[in-house]
Design a protein around this ligand. Structure first.
Ligand code: PLP
Ligand code: TYF
Length: 397
């Protein structure tokens, strides 16, 4: 039995992270996995999270199952964080939201739901995208194709090509978009570009599916939600998968949500019912702890202020590291254009390094990047940024 079972090649990012852990060199630097580390290179426990946990240990009397859709307070808090507390889609109860196992779980529950009702639709993801996007939607039974996005020649978005491709898609095609802090490139659409996409989504009858895993890491909590709010205001029906892994530093707690913005409250009620059915046949109900923390922080004014301030300092630290790396490289390689480190947003930068250059960086200098050339800027700190700049300069020279 099982002779036919193929060996799993592993996930490229997670395997690289394992290789890093095994690397005996003391000067090794991990810029591979998408995790925010603080300036001391540690995974932060945010103060607001710690305080919420202390309060929760006092309050918790038992651990019953959550309903299939997750905690009620959490679901409302997630909607308000995404769309704004006073948003019409929130106040008119037009959003069907379920608590999910991280953003990944949200993507999959939404994909399963869509496959039930739109089995013939194709899914289009940006070229490039987070590898797991393809895997999650293929796992739900869809065929996944790409639309043009990153332009290596300019380091920006090839928006004309993107528009041309999206304009030619069949009705009910599912278009997966990164709401902010694009993984892996760090290159986002501008507000004007989002505004141009909205009529196209409407006229071509496309189904936008927004992934927001880094809200607060780009330009701010509200600014990073611009796209969702613009689509909601335009009256579109669309999907949003959100993750709190990064913004609350709660990776292993698996806290996320799927929100489907519907045309009416009646639609939202029926959609919610079918999302619950999708959850029931996958894992029945989500875990309690992480979502309780997030709901507590977002629902307690003092904790929320503390969380926002800490998230702002994480965002600022990343920007400072972008500037430091840019300065180091500009000094070591005058004339080379490394402006992209300053214009890209969020935890990642596409460095343009070839796979061979990434290999050299790892083998000779102990600096780990993903082979696509993606760097996790949130792994830089004052203690390692000079070494990274020197190593990159040596590889690029
Ligand atoms: N979407 C994108 C673009 C991501 O980069 C990630 C995580 O790295 C996720 C979704 C999934 O997040 P989670 O860890 O909450 O499942
Ligand atoms: O670095 C990245 O892009 C992600 C990180 O369960 C990640 O792949 C790792 C584990 C996980 C979800 C996301």
């Amino acid at each position: 039995m099982f002779e036919q079972v193929e060996a799993y090649a592993g996930d490229p990012i997670l395997s690289l992270n394992e290789d890093f852990q095994k690397d005996p060199r003391s000067n090794k630097i991990n810029l591979s996995i998408g995790i925010y580390f603080d300036d001391a290179g540690r995974l932060p426990v945010m103060n607001a999270v710690r305080e919420a946990e202390v309060e929760l240990t006092r309050e918790i009397i038992g651990r019953p199952y959550l309903p299939m859709e997750g905690g009620a307070d959490y679901r409302v808090a997630a909607q308000k964080l995404l769309f704004g507390a006073d948003s019409e889609v929130v106040t008119s109860s037009r959003i069907a939201s379920v608590q999910t196992l991280g953003g990944s779980g949200g993507l999959k529950v939404g994909a399963d739901f869509l496959h039930t009702y739109y089995p013939d639709s194709k899914v289009y993801v940006s070229n490039p995208t987070w590898d797991n996007h393809r895997a999650l939607f293929e796992g739900a039974g869809f065929t996944v194709d790409t639309y043009p996005y990153y332009d290596p020649a300019t380091g920006g978005v090839d928006f004309d090509a993107m528009l041309t491709t999206l304009s030619g898609l069949a009705p009910n095609s599912i278009v997966l978009l990164h709401a902010c802090c694009h993984n892996p490139t760090g290159v986002d659409l501008s507000q004007e570009q989002w505004a141009q996409l909205i009529p196209l989504f409407r006229e071509r009858k496309l189904i936008p599916y927004l992934d927001i895993a880094y809200q607060g890491f780009g330009d701010g909590i509200d600014a990073d939600a611009f796209a969702l709010r613009a689509l909601a205001e335009a009256g579109l029906v669309f999907f949003v998968s959100s993750s709190y892994s990064k913004s609350f530093s709660l990776y292993g707690e698996r806290v996320g949500a799927l929100s489907v913005v519907c045309a009416s409250r009646d639609d939202a009620d029926r959609v919610l019912g079918q999302l619950k059915a999708a959850v029931r046949r996958n894992y029945s109900s989500p875990p309690t702890h992480g979502a309780r923390i997030v709901a507590k922080v977002l629902g307690t004014p003092a904790l929320r202020d503390a969380w926002e301030a800490e998230l702002a300092s994480m965002r600022e630290r990343i920007k400072n590291m972008r500037e430091a790396l840019h300065a180091g490289l500009t000094k070591a390689l005058p004339g080379r254009d490394v402006e992209y480190f300053l214009t890209q947003r969020g935890m990642f930068s596409y460095t343009g390094l070839s796979p061979e250059q990434v290999d050299e960086l790892r083998e000779k200098h102990g600096v780990y990047l993903v082979r696509s050339g993606r760097m996790c800027v949130a792994g830089l700190n004052q203690g390692n940024v000079d070494a990274v700049a020197k190593a990159m300069a040596a590889v690029l020279a």
